[in-house]
Design a protein around this ligand. Structure first.
Ligand code: NAP
Length: 297
């Protein structure tokens, strides 16, 4: 039997990623704040723990895949957190999207507790999580990356060591700021096109030549099905983390400021749990049109 893996966080992404870890034959313990989400994974052979600490006891590698910096602190720290359960030398691999300052602070706390720490955020979305074809961008030491790589390869196709702690998070925030900007521009383009009377099928076909992300996300807008693949609240979290990280290093972010405002308007309307493409509804309301397409039209 290979190393024992504790996997904390079974949301949209983690719930899919852990299945590929199980398929690869690892012994897996899982934990999730909302216990009900662990049941589907128990049925696939995972052991369910009631707290992050209990999941971490005796594990060789601990993976976390949670919402944001406060969620990461909640699962790693405190008497029932991962750090409290790990034996010395355990490798903690955080795959959540956080900012470099959070990764660096958590790595320092792990080190003070006698543990090893790697950040390994991902891109690719739900489809890639399901298929084990994520792109994984690790930050940390070369030794810790080498130790985590076989496990990461069960979840990702492109598994990259970007550099020291924080570099993986910076690249992930760069990827998501580009993604959020493309989706905002796509929504503006769809509203302009429908307002001008164009056929949205041909519009989408041509826009997809600009970015494959448009091919994957435009159908959400055209169908009006805004159930979350990537919740707006998380996209906005990433935009805000990119803005604060840019401020910290003195990098300009003019266009992203506008993206943040449009997302903020959609959040104010209560759309946070819906897919990130739901910013279309704010633009549609202002323009007095809907960028919808009847199925098969
Ligand atoms: P999600 O479905 O909202 O899952 C979030 C996870 O974090 C759940 O397990 C949730 O537990 C847990 N959590 C939230 N707050 C917590 C707290 N205070 N204490 C303990 N656990 C907490 O989101 P997701 O889409 O899986 O995203 C997970 C991470 O991957 C995020 O950092 C996101 O930005 C990133 N990401 C997402 C995508 C995507 O396409 N969805 C792609 C790449 C990266 P509950 O189940 O109890 O709520």
């Amino acid at each position: 039997m290979g190393p024992t893996v504790a996997f904390i966080g079974l949301g949209i992404m983690g719930g899919r990623m852990v299945k590929n870890v199980l398929k690869a034959g690892y012994a897996v313990r899982v934990q999730n704040r909302t216990m009900a989400k662990a049941e589907a994974v128990r049925a696939l052979g995972a052991t369910v723990a009631v707290t992050p600490r209990k999941a971490a006891v005796g594990a060789d590698i601990v993976v976390t895949m949670v919402a944001d910096p406060p969620a990461l602190a909640a699962v790693l720290e405190g008497p029932e957190g991962v750090f409290a359960g790990c034996r010395p030398g355990t490798l903690v691999v955080d795959m959540s999207t956080v900012d470099p300052a959070t990764s660096q602070a958590m790595a320092a706390k792990a080190k003070a507790a006698g543990l090893r720490y790697l950040e390994a955020p991902v891109t690719g979305g739900v489809g890639a999580a399901e298929q084990g074809t994520l792109t994984i961008m690790a930050g940390g030491s070369a030794e810790d990356f080498a130790a985590a790589k076989p496990l990461l390869e069960t979840m990702g196709k492109k598994v990259l060591h970007i550099g020291p702690m924080g570099y993986g998070s910076v690249l992930k925030l760069c990827a998501n700021l580009v993604g959020a900007s493309i989706i905002t521009s796509m929504n503006e383009a769809l509203v302009l096109a429908v307002k001008s009377g164009l056929d949205l099928g041909v519009v989408t076909e041509v826009l997809t030549e600009r970015s494959p992300l448009i091919g994957r996300t435009a159908p959400k807008v055209l169908s009006g099905d805004f159930s979350a693949n990537f919740p707006l609240k998380h996209s906005h979290k990433d935009v805000q983390l990119a803005l604060s990280t840019a401020r910290a290093v003195g990098a300009p972010m003019f266009a992203l400021g506008a993206v943040a405002q449009i997302q903020g308007a959609a959040l104010a309307k209560g759309f946070g749990e819906l897919d990130q493409t739901v910013t279309a509804r704010v633009l549609e309301e202002i323009a007095g049109v809907q960028a919808r397409k009847a199925p098969g039209a």
